[in-house]
Design a protein around this ligand. Structure first.
Ligand SMILES: Cc1ncc(COP(=O)(O)O)c(C=O)c1O
Length: 486
């Protein structure tokens, strides 16, 4: 069975005649335990319970057959992952998952079920159902990321919220000694937040090193340009001031340039200097394995659920295993509410009355990916991306290799930048973002959604590749661009 529900007809049913255990399962407690006047258990306690002690909360509504639940195998399409998404792929060639993601139907439906349940009895939802289910989502995400300290994982609405929490808290904790080190390739808004919060911000000029990739290809063993760039920054700072307690911000995958940073080696180097290390993992979850236990030198990792994991928008994750950093740098979430002065989860899980449906969709989405065989999905994504790059390379440059910004094993497994054909480049190489926009607009007008980037005066297309994408779509990109006239 493979039922599909359109949003209009979707009406989840509250369990009628359900056992009292389901509707009143928490019974009476002695006083308030969570925060404010919520009638829930303490969320820090729930988060730190061992698997043996913890009982996952039951869903408080009936699950329509065929929609995400334990028998998720019934729901996913066997033939075509494309229909598990709601994208209008009849009209659009959609090659820009990297920008804002695209939601899986299974998560969208689960979020809708929660919204409907909320409106049937708002107090039952907010007072009693919400917090235990948020904890369940946080526990599931922690396990998905192999977090060695599960209770160091909490939910946030998005990466921006996490970056704000960390940078404001860092500036407040370290005052005039605060020193943020990021990269010229870091996400634009992160740079603005850093400058807003801290007087001292150092930008590592990573893109100055990009040319060395081209040389390494010809000359043999590849230099680790990330390491060289970081070490040069460290060497130049050491003469002036120690970098102890400086905050180094790494990207799991950079946004505009789609390159993966070697997190293990860079965080180890930073720790030798006694720096704090944070990872912007906006493009981490699902696209690549996020195994927090393999990153012992990372103090904090922030991630988005709505990008490659394909949850509905409004769910992210913040990981910080150190209790002392939780209680200093992360003492204040970017939005403070009833949980202030209490435990890490209690401070972060509730940031005021808003729509938490995306966070509540996480278990359904994780079940979906598990049923798809995650490891295989990740392998297939990478190999499809490489095929797409080769196809565009042949179409635009007459060869498959040497056509990307970075070598393919440095580009992320699900996004890469392919150089546009020579006749679309500016000579000398001084293309601007305005030149990029004209071409992107042309593609958009022809129903191809893909971003054009200018990187150091050269124009590239940044292609995304998710499970719904097909090789024929990259052919469409090539043939559509062939019609472009300057
Ligand atoms: C590398 C990187 N960091 C941070 C963000 C911000 O994510 P959000 O807008 O979901 O907070 C993005 C968004 O695309 C990103 O690519």
């Amino acid at each position: 069975m493979n039922s599909r529900l359109s949003p209009q007809v979707f009406v989840p049913q509250l369990i009628k005649g359900a056992p009292r255990r389901v509707l009143c399962r928490r019974g009476h407690t002695q006083g308030y335990k969570a925060m404010g006047s919520f009638h829930s258990d303490n969320v820090d306690d729930l988060m730190s319970q061992s698997d043996g002690m913890y009982t996952p909360p039951l869903l408080p509504f009936d699950i329509t057959p065929g929609v995400a639940n334990d028998n998720i195998q019934d729901f996913i399409s066997q033939s075509n992952t494309s229909s598990d998404f709601m994208l209008d792929r009849e009209t659009w060639t959609f090659l820009n998952h990297g920008a804002f993601g695209a939601a899986l139907r299974v998560g969208y439906d689960r979020a809708a079920q929660w919204r409907y349940h909320l409106e049937q009895q708002p107090l039952r939802y907010f007072d009693r159902d919400l917090l235990p289910h948020l904890v369940y989502s946080a526990r599931r995400l922690a396990d998905f990321c192999q977090a060695p300290v599960r209770e160091g994982t909490t939910l946030i609405p998005n990466v921006t919220f996490g970056l704000n929490s960390i940078l404001r808290g860092y500036a407040k904790t370290y005052g005039n000694d605060a020193h943020v080190i990021l990269w010229d390739t870091s996400y634009g808004s992160l740079k603005k937040i850093a400058h807003q919060c801290c007087n001292k911000v150092t930008e590592i000029p990573l893109s100055n090193y990009f040319d060395r990739w081209g040389n390494a290809r010809k000359e043999g063993p590849e230099e680790d340009i990330f390491q060289s760039a970081l070490e040069e920054t460290i060497d130049s700072s050491e003469q002036s001031k120690s970098l102890e307690n400086a905050l180094l911000i790494l990207d799991h995958t950079t946004s505009n340039t789609a390159i993966n940073m070697p997190l293990q080696s860079l965080s180890r180097i930073a720790k030798e200097q006694k720096m704090l290390v944070m990872v912007d993992g906006a493009h981490g979850l699902l696209a690549q394995q996020v195994s927090l236990e393999t990153l012992p030198h990372v103090d904090s990792y922030v991630a988005n659920g709505h990008k490659w994991l394909s949850c509905p928008r409004g769910i992210g994750m913040l990981y910080c295993p150190s209790k002392s950093l939780q209680d200093t740098v992360l003492a204040e979430p970017a939005v403070m509410s009833h949980g202030m002065g209490q435990g890490f989860q209690t401070r972060f899980l509730w940031d005021g009355c808003r729509d938490y449906a995306a966070a509540l969709s996480v278990p359904a989405v994780l079940d979906y990916w598990r049923s798809r065989n995650l490891e295989q999905v990740q392998k297939d994504l990478e190999s499809k991306l490489h095929q797409a790059v080769h196809l565009l390379g042949r179409a635009w440059h007459g060869r498959e290799t040497g056509v990307t910004l970075a070598p393919l094993d440095i580009h992320s497994p699900m996004m890469a930048l392919v150089r546009l054909p020579d006749h679309l480049q500016k000579h000398p190489t001084n293309a601007t973002s305005a030149d990029a926009k004209v071409i992107q607009d042309f593609l958009y007008e022809n129903y191809v959604e893909v971003p054009i980037k200018d990187i150091r005066g050269i124009l590239y297309v940044r292609i995304s590749c998710h499970v719904y994408n097909e090789i024929s779509e990259y052919e469409t990109l090539a043939s559509t661009l062939a019609k472009y006239r300057q």
